[in-house]
Design a protein around this ligand. Structure first.
Ligand code: IVH
Length: 667
């Protein structure tokens, strides 16, 4: 790979992974499997290792997870919530144990093996036995306050039993009971609501509800597996935690294993694999942790995860079925996506009849033919994937797939994009594209117009009432009543929802326009930077490309979009129709910490690498030495030469109290 190629690939991976993180953490609606995600992540990590000059501070390899949601109050974690390194291979697991043995030579290193609960991470703080708060992980440093939702979990005590310590921050995973999940989905299907893809998504979706009464109806449970801040009780090792949790009435997993060698770890993991399907909660792996806290401290952390633990993930469930056809769907930007039509088959608890095939090259690479017997994999993700073809079962009647040269929807010619992968229908008026653009504009993650979903959009486009997003705002009761199955009440609701959407935040409008390559993150950046749609529309390609998180590809795409007279016209029409987006001022946290460089020195109440994590998670940089480029020196007790140097250079020095205040005020 050339240097330029590596740089471009790093940029693409960074953008894609950020978007997948957002879908996973914020929307609870991932579109790729964990395995595919892990592959992308590894590729990025490896490229960054090889080309450190292209590493950016905001790379997903340096961040922990999603951004906190806007609706909930925010909680700054007393100890950051990190994630774990994970692996699918026994060799890497053996290497993990070998590595810690190298780091702590001639010591016995007992480890604990626990189920990896596939749910949503939470941190709960009890003070003198009373719940202070429960929070999501968020970006690792700051999460959402979801106390009211968590308190609906029946197995969770509001007050700790027994003699409670002054401070106990317990960490665990909220899950949806497997049977409860199936019942919930069956009920949703009856009401015509979309099914949750898997118990984890259902748990995440439940916790995002703003109304705790709704959450209370969901069959949620919780399993605790660790601690954050603790005062008033001394724990020497992790395995001491479980009897303690029992005493407080806090639930933990029913089985844990201990081991002191790679072989016994592997044996425990195999045993867990045999029994885990009987648990009430879904598991996707095992977590191996060094038991002794003293040893953990000496092993320390990498920039993102502890060296003293690793997650081993079990392979996703695979089943065999017949692929009887390959259909072609047309997306919002005209991209034609082949989809496998399968003989319905039960996998990971749900019936699957479709699998994504991504593109023509992928079909050719895997040599997938119509009529093939295939192995599909579903790890709980939304869309299952074809992972293998049983070529040994071929009869000779299987047919090769060829992407049609015409759009299956409008018959127009199709072209390959610059990267020669995606095939696109170039007719901007293609009914499929028109529908998808309108659906996207109205979707929950864009302008959030309730009631304007796929079915309604199809009707509106078919009736010729809406051909572009501006025409949504020309709808009235008379027009809507022409449609089938629309009652007075639903018409009123839809018109009200349309009205409400007029004043959505600017980034939602930008995102809703569906500009190629412009995801939610870039839309937020663009709204922050330009503060108006006109300013964005009139920006030069150069100006656009200089914005962080935009870059060359996205910048060019935006510029091209607004070079098209009909797109400019669309914006004018939206404005005329009364769409007046609100502009949010730049996030305070970005102003306070994002883009600043810090040096941490002296003794603080929290380990320095944890504080560094907090700063990095908020977009700051941490450096080991003070220079003119340093913006802040965070000085604890007994700070020495670095503090002196900061004074000499006139760098702003702040103490821990001030730092905490800054965190609070900027969260
Ligand atoms: S220990 C420093 N133990 O898996 C992080 N995590 O990929 C310590 N998880 O963030 C985490 N079951 O959300 C731990 N028994 C378990 C777990 C577990 C599920 C989740 C947790 C964590 C993620 C790591």
């Amino acid at each position: 790979m050339t240097e330029g190629g590596a740089r471009a690939r790093i940029e693409t991976l960074r953008r894609d992974i950020t978007e997948h993180n957002r879908r996973y953490y914020e929307e609870a609606a991932p579109t790729i499997s964990d395995r595919e995600y892990d592959q992308l992540y590894r590729e990025l990590a490896e490229l960054e290792k090889k080309y450190p000059e292209f590493v950016r501070e905001d790379s997903p390899t340096r961040r922990v997870g999603g951004q906190p949601l806007k609706q909930f109050a925010q909680v700054t974690h007393r100890v950051p919530m990190l994630s774990l390194d994970n692996t699918y291979s026994v060799e890497e697991l053996t290497e993990f144990y070998a590595r810690i043995t190298r780091l702590l030579p001639q010591e016995k290193i007992p480890v604990v093996i626990e189920p990896k609960v596939d749910g949503v991470a939470v941190s709960m703080l009890y003070e003198n036995g009373e719940v202070r708060y429960a929070a999501t992980r968020g970006d690792g440093a700051v999460g959402d306050d979801i106390t009211q939702n968590i308190l609906t979990i029946r197995s969770l005590p509001r007050r700790l039993k027994g003699k409670a310590p002054a401070v106990l921050e317990v960490r665990g995973e909220v899950f949806m009971d497997k049977h409860g999940f199936e019942k919930l989905n069956a009920g949703r299907a009856e009401q015509g609501l979309p099914a949750f893809a898997n118990p984890r998504n259902a748990a995440a979706g439940s916790l995002k509800q703003l109304d705790p009464a709704l959450v209370a109806k969901r069959p949620l449970g919780i399993i605790f597996y660790g601690t954050g801040a603790v005062e008033g009780v001394k724990l020497e090792k992790h395995s001491d935690l479980f009897p303690l949790l029992d005493g407080f009435g806090l639930p933990h997993s029913e089985r844990i294993w201990s081991a002191s060698s790679a072989d016994t770890i592997i044996k425990a993991i195999q045993e867990l694999d045999k029994v885990r399907h009987d648990f009430r909660y879904q598991t996707d792996g095992a977590v191996v942790k060094v038991d002794s806290f003293a040893q953990r401290e000496r092993l320390g952390f990498t920039s993102k995860s502890p060296r003293w633990a690793i997650a081993f993930k079990y392979e996703a469930e695979r089943v065999q079925t017949r692929l009887h056809d390959i259909l072609v769907q047309v997306g919002r930007t005209g991209v034609l996506t082949p989809v496998a039509a399968l003989d319905p088959v039960l996998v990971s608890g749900s019936t699957v009849g479709r699998a994504t095939l991504h593109n023509e090259e992928e079909i050719a690479r895997k040599d997938i033919r119509i009529g093939d017997t295939v192995i599909i994999e579903k790890a709980g993700e939304v869309i299952p994937a074809v992972v293998e073809v049983r070529k040994d079962l071929r009869t000779g009647s299987e047919k090769k797939f060829r992407m049609s040269k015409k759009c299956p929807e409008c018959g127009s010619a199709v072209v390959k994009d610059a990267a020669q992968v995606a095939v696109r229908c170039v007719n901007a008026q293609c009914p499929a594209q028109v529908r998808r653009r309108i659906e996207h504009f109205a979707s929950r993650s864009a302008m959030d117009i309730e009631g304007l979903g796929e079915m309604m959009v199809t009707q509106l486009v078919k009736a010729g009432l809406v051909q572009n997003v501006a025409q949504i705002y020309t709808l009235d009761a008379a027009k809507l009543s022409q449609l089938e199955r629309t009652g007075e009440k639903s018409i009123r609701n839809l018109l009200e929802a349309i009205e409400r959407s007029k004043t959505r935040p600017l980034w939602r409008l930008i995102f809703g326009l569906g500009i190629l390559h412009v995801g939610e993150t870039s839309s937020r950046e663009l709204a922050d930077h330009f503060q108006s749609i006109e300013a964005l529309m009139n920006a030069s390609a150069n100006e656009l490309q200089r914005i962080p998180d935009v870059g060359e590809v996205v910048g060019t795409s935006i510029h091209q979009f607004f070079q098209e007279p009909h797109n400019r016209e669309l914006v004018t029409r939206l404005k005329k129709a009364g769409v007046k987006p609100t502009v949010e001022s730049r996030k305070k946290s970005d102003l306070a910490i994002g883009g600043t460089t810090w040096v941490i020195t002296g003794t603080l109440t929290q380990p320095r690498d944890e504080i560094a994590e907090i700063i990095i998670a908020r977009g700051g940089k941490v450096s080991g030495s003070v220079s003119k480029k340093t913006n802040y020196v965070l000085a604890g007790d007994e700070a020495g030469s670095k503090l002196e140097k900061a004074k000499k250079l006139g760098v702003k020095i702040i103490d821990e109290k001030e730092f905490r205040r800054l965190l609070e005020s900027s969260s």
